[in-house]
Design a protein around this ligand. Structure first.
Ligand SMILES: [Fe+2]
Ligand SMILES: [Fe+2]
Length: 346
């Protein structure tokens, strides 16, 4: 607490009570920023922050937001063909959750001084990325299970430490997102369990889906630590708390006993417990495939982007109507108008 109190004094001295946008006395601002990060405090939107910290966060949060909304596509592919009303209702709720995650994250990015329009434009023109995992196709119903178990599972492993990220709005968005992701992971596991215990054909379908999704889900943690040059800075800023390889190892260790319970095999002949390390060893990841998909050559890159741009264009009238509505009501507020359709609804 003493550290926090000392920092609070430094912060007040450096920031004063106004906007910390004045660049004079940057050293004092930087000291306060470093002290806040060292004391595990949250950096908030009005606090001074290094430009590189801001741009790193914008890039990371935007990529995360884009992944949430692009990730709706492969699963939405199965909504009309879900095998029962129960499964359909669950899948619809899950896909809707992902849209919500996108909204929280675009809002978090906006607190850093960018706009959702700008971020979507960067996505649509290929200047910002989304997670490569969503460039793989969902070929059978079992893929919905494999995505929930492995892709949402990998996302949780990545995202739980982000709940302690140094940037307040991102950390707070992640708390709610992680709670929902945990449901997603369980629905995938439960779906695969049902198929695994079903007919031999259903079991084979579940195994085939896991065979196709296992390696891409390991790639979700990003390149190996020695090829991930920005990781060290992100960890120093406490945006990231663990390295890519640490998180990947954690995920493998979690999945192995779960695969056993499911009665499914993970498609890696080199996967085995290493007593000495206290972790599972696993095979070599095909990084050439990772970079190729990232460059745009995955099976569904083009389809995902075409669909995203089409959805955006088709939603133009909604954005125009929302803007007209907001303009009408902000006009009401300026004239002091309140009441049923007035400023209280803004
Ligand atoms: Fe999500
Ligand atoms: Fe999810």
């Amino acid at each position: 607490m003493a550290t926090a109190a000392a920092h609070e004094t430094a912060r007040t001295q450096a920031y004063g009570t106004g906007d910390a946008t004045d660049t004079t006395g940057t050293d004092a601002y930087e000291t306060a920023f470093d002290a806040a990060v060292a004391a595990d405090e949250r950096i908030e939107p009005r606090d001074w922050m290094p430009d590189a910290y801001r741009s790193t966060l914008i890039r990371q949060i935007a990529q995360h937001a884009h992944s949430e909304i692009i990730g709706m596509q492969p699963e939405a592919n199965w909504i009309t063909r879900a095998p029962s009303l129960r499964r359909k209702a669950i899948l619809m709720a899950k896909v809707q959750d992902e849209a919500g995650h996108g909204l929280y994250l675009y809002s978090a990015a906006e607190t850093l001084g960018t706009s959702r329009d700008e971020l979507l434009d960067k996505l649509h023109t290929g200047r910002q990325k989304y997670s490569s995992i969503f460039n793989y196709p969902t070929l059978t119903w079992a893929d919905v299970g494999a995505i929930g178990w492995l892709v949402d599972g990998a996302a949780i492993t990545n995202q739980v430490p982000l709940c302690r990220c140094s940037y307040g709005p991102y950390a707070r968005a992640m708390v709610r997102i992680c709670k929902e992701e945990s449901f997603h992971q369980r629905q995938g596991y439960e779906l695969l369990l049902a198929l695994g215990r079903g007919t031999p054909e259903q079991h084979a379908m579940a195994q085939d889906a896991v065979d196709r999704w296992w390696w891409p889900s390991l790639m979700m943690f990003g390149p190996p630590d020695d090829e991930s040059p920005h990781s060290a800075q992100s960890m120093a800023w406490k945006i990231k708390r663990h390295s890519n390889d640490e998180l990947r190892q954690r995920f493998v260790d979690i999945c192995v006993p779960q695969a056993e319970s499911l009665g499914l095999t993970l498609p890696d002949p080199d996967l085995r417990w290493n007593e000495e390390r206290g972790h599972h060893d696993f095979g070599v990841i095909d990084w050439a495939e990772f970079w190729d998909v990232l460059k745009g050559n995955g099976p569904c890159n083009e389809q995902r982007m075409t669909q995203r741009r089409r959805a955006h264009d088709e939603g133009a009238w909604v954005r125009e109507a929302a803007a007209a509505y907001a303009a009408k009501h902000s006009g009401g507020r300026q004239t002091g108008e309140t009441g049923e359709t007035g400023a209280t609804r803004a």
